[in-house]
Write a protein that binds this ligand. Structure first.
Ligand code: SF4
Length: 230
């Protein structure tokens, strides 16, 4: 295995039932993300300096979990920031585990390469496409995210879109715009996640939102809609 095929992992959650709905999974939290969302709960993973484990460590851990877990979620950070992700997913599948991906869609071409490995995708949707950069602080991020989401949908993969809502970043009208854009693309499931201050970057005022704050038009736009606490 070349260094290019390795991955840098900030942490491993041995067992979860919430990061991949309906599956018993482990989560590999990959280090590195090119975006800088002010509500990020994983800002400790923003740079690869957070790495504590590599692919060999993950595979060693999984050897002992065969038959006990359905699959592995690659989360982050932004897992696709690492060019070795596809190789790592292939190795995990060879051990007999299914593979899921949490992504915000910053790397469409890398996403295209790993799509055949995936059984499920949790896709972060930050904002209406034309407002993305206000949240990610990265140029043209909405174009990359929209392209990536379209790829996931075109591949026919089971998926869920999620939007973290802080009222200083997105208005109720923004939420409706997001919902209508997702509906137009054919997104089957959407979760609005209320911002949670604990563990975030501390850049935002400590305000919260409630299920009834989400406009009815937004709630009705996607058949499988739910509000949850992040
Ligand atoms: S894309 Fe995800 S990991 Fe990256 S800064 Fe935003 S919330 Fe954090």
């Amino acid at each position: 295995m070349s260094a290019h095929d390795d991955i840098r992992i900030g942490g491993i959650t041995p067992f979860t039932t919430v990061d991949w709905p309906g599956q018993l999974a482990a989560v590999a939290w990959l280090a590195g993300c090119p975006w800088r969302c002010p509500y990020c709960h994983n800002h400790g993973l923003w740079t690869e300096a957070a790495a504590q484990y590599d692919l060999a460590d993950l595979l060693r851990f999984l050897e002992g979990r065969r038959g006990l877990l359905d699959g592995v979620v690659f989360s982050g950070g932004e897992p696709l920031a690492q060019p070795g992700l596809g190789h790592a997913m292939g190795q995990v599948r060879e051990l007999g585990f299914e593979v899921a991906l949490h992504t915000a869609g910053a790397y469409p071409e890398r996403l295209r390469q790993v799509l055949p490995e995936l059984s499920w995708v949790g896709f972060d949707v930050k904002a209406p496409w034309d407002r993305y950069d206000d949240i990610t602080h990265a140029p043209d991020s909405g174009v990359a995210a929209r392209t990536s989401l379209q790829m996931v949908l075109d591949a026919g993969l089971p998926m869920e879109a999620r939007t973290t809502w802080h009222p200083s970043l997105l208005t109720p009208d923004d939420l409706t715009a997001i919902a209508l854009q997702l509906a137009e693309l054919g997104v089957p499931a959407w979760r609005v996640q209320a911002y949670r201050s604990e563990g975030s970057t501390g850049q935002l005022p400590d305000e919260t939102v409630y299920p009834h704050d989400v406009p009815a038009q937004a709630q009705a736009a996607i058949a499988d809609y739910a509000f949850r606490r992040a």
